[in-house]
Design a protein around this ligand. Structure first.
Ligand code: N01
Length: 541
């Protein structure tokens, strides 16, 4: 076909997944083309340039472990690195391993269709290119498709508005402006305190309050870095087998097996200097499984909010009451609750006074108040986990559309691959632990599993690999069974697709623990890719 390029593999995205995937495949000698919508590498950290953006797992752990030279030479400057430093790191990775040359930037993969006669994916891009490849791998990200604000009247607004996930590269100066911020998830709690520092007035519109733990961030010293580097190998190994991909042991003890005093002390530590994103989830084994145990955490955190926020009405609005702790993603913030003690910061509870519409000058709420502002910040989240994959028009065997197959929720064996779509792989795909785990660990595990699988196929002369229907259904059932034993279904979270109107309500990430999941994937591979069908070619079969 004129103008058609043939390669071994096409990779989508230049975030952590795409970068490492391209490295592994090109190291094997495969010819790879990779496409990225942004004009450079970085993925999440390319797009999320909002002020305050910062990783909420320790920088040492939210980084690649695959190359000891890389982890030894890179010097993280803060315990929780801010967006510019992580972006710099990912640029360094791209340069160090000479990966950039495989990417075509400012180009979206629009469609991918599997040609059954030739066992090839035909990929079309927004740049008008057609590329044929044996393997098609999505590293498009789990939180990369911003959810439209879906609030009536936004087009009428005469001021400027921004989404945290598409922040302008030149930044935004809020000095002297009246700002409305909609959304109080992980992005919202990070951006609000920084906007509050600059703005003349900030009104935060909150639909559901979050649990936000203070970030004990600090500058890392040479000595701290050297200590970690000296034990990096063990640290990484512990993380690979931990439930959440961090270097810690998951507790076996339950909340009511200790005294109230012991629990209180443990929670104080989790709130204070030992605090991190997962600290409360890892206090006791049953925090996310038992309502009474969960309530001990929720009560502790509620009391902290009431202590910090001086106005009792505002404090009460900020205390979550409608879902168990941890079933919506908790946040790590810097001075989030404190800003509500400042005269120029207001909180509007959308539970009490929902937004009626956006007008030319501001936001009209149901009590008839028009909140007049100059700028709006939408921290309203993403069409998570499936949004970026389904945005591409993917067609498998028998002209089957992925969008049709997943209309009642995603089905994917191990969250890696899906029946009727041979040689299509998803990095941190739906029904894998993905964002419930340290994403860096999840990404490395999937990239390594997929590239090992491709190596196996190439070595043994296989033309296709395809997830089988029954193991795929069994995996889906297993994912749902595991969540059924927890409290997670009690919250309207993006894990369930509940944040996107019309999205099927299915619990998407795998909650069985990242270490257990890794063992399952390894076992499948060791057993000749059990649950997958491998074929030499149509003609030979
Ligand atoms: O998005 P979210 P996010 N009207 O969906 C509200 C990762 N992350 O960008 O809860 C009014 O969590 C919505 O309300 P509700 C992390 O995994 C990591 O903050 O749906 N409000 C909620 O308050 C995180 O979980 C980091 O009722 C509306 C907020 O907007 C994920 O990304 C930093 C609304 C959206 O919260 C997503 O976080 C940032 C509407 N129409 C993000 N629609 C770090 O590593 C939505 N909301 C630090």
């Amino acid at each position: 076909m004129a103008g058609t390029v043939q390669v071994d593999a096409v990779v989508v995205g230049a975030g952590m997944s795409g970068l490492y995937m391209v490295k592994r495949l090109t190291d094997m000698g495969l010819d790879v083309r990779a496409f990225e919508v942004g004009d450079n590498v970085g993925g999440t950290w390319y797009w999320n340039r909002y002020p305050g953006a910062r990783v909420d797992l320790e920088s040492f752990d939210y980084s690649f472990s695959f190359d000891d030279g890389l982890q030894q030479e890179w010097n993280w400057t803060e315990r929780y690195a801010a967006q510019p430093e992580i972006l710099k790191y990912l640029n360094h990775v791209a340069d160090r391993f000479d990966l950039r040359k495989h990417f075509t930037f400012e180009t979206r993969v629009e469609s991918a269709a599997f040609d059954e006669n030739r066992n090839l994916w035909i990929i079309k891009t927004s740049g008008g290119e057609t590329v044929e490849a044996k393997y098609f791998i999505s590293g498009a990200g789990v939180l990369s498709t911003p959810k439209p604000p879906e609030i009536e009247g936004l087009d009428n607004f005469r001021g400027k508005w921004y989404h945290t996930g598409r922040w302008p590269h030149e930044g935004v100066d809020f000095t002297g402006l009246r700002v409305a911020q909609i959304g109080t998830g992980s992005s919202g709690i990070q951006v609000a305190p920084v906007v509050a520092e600059q703005a003349k007035h900030l009104t935060v519109f909150q639909r559901t309050p979050v649990y936000c733990v203070p970030t004990d961030n600090y500058k890392l010293t040479e000595e701290m870095r050297n200590t970690v580097k000296a034990h990096y190998t063990e640290r990484r190994e512990t993380s690979r087998h931990n439930r959440y991909g961090v270097p810690a042991e998951f507790p076996t003890i339950k909340a009511f097996e200790v005294s109230e005093e012991d629990r209180r002390q443990k929670y104080e530590e989790a709130w204070g200097e030992k605090g991190h994103l997962l600290a409360f989830r890892m206090t006791y084994a049953d925090v996310l499984a038992d309502e009474a145990a969960n309530k001990t955490v929720a009560d502790f955190l509620g009391a902290k909010i009431r202590e910090i926020v001086k106005d009792p009405v505002t404090a009460e609005r900020l205390v979550p009451k409608t879902y168990p702790f941890g079933t919506k993603r908790p946040c790590l913030g810097i001075r989030f609750y404190e800003i509500f003690n400042e005269d120029h910061v207001d909180l509007v509870s959308l539970h009490e006074t929902p937004i009626e519409r956006i007008t030319e000058t501001g936001i009209l709420t149901s009590d008839g108040t028009l909140h007049e502002v100059d700028v709006m910040v939408f921290a309203t989240g993403y069409d998570a986990l499936t949004g970026a994959i389904l945005r591409m028009d993917i067609t498998g065997r028998g002209h089957r559309k992925l969008r049709d197959k997943w209309k009642d929720g995603p089905r994917a064996y191990l969250g890696i691959s899906t029946n009727e779509f041979p040689n299509f792989f998803m990095i941190t795909g739906p029904l894998s632990p993905g964002p419930l785990n340290n994403m860096a660990v999840s990404i490395e595990q999937h990239v390594e599993w997929v590239s090992d699988c491709i190596k196996y196929m190439e070595k043994n002369g296989f033309a296709t690999i395809e997830a089988q229907e029954q193991p795929e259904q069994e995996w889906f059932d297993h994912v749902q069974e595991v969540v059924g034993n927890t409290l997670y279904l009690k919250a309207n979270s993006w894990y369930l697709g509940a944040n996107v109107p019309g999205k099927p309500r299915v619990f998407i990430p795998y909650l069985g623990g990242a270490g257990t999941y890794r063992a399952t994937c390894d076992e499948v591979a060791k057993n000749g890719y059990r649950g997958f069908t491998l074929e030499k070619s149509k003609v030979e079969a």
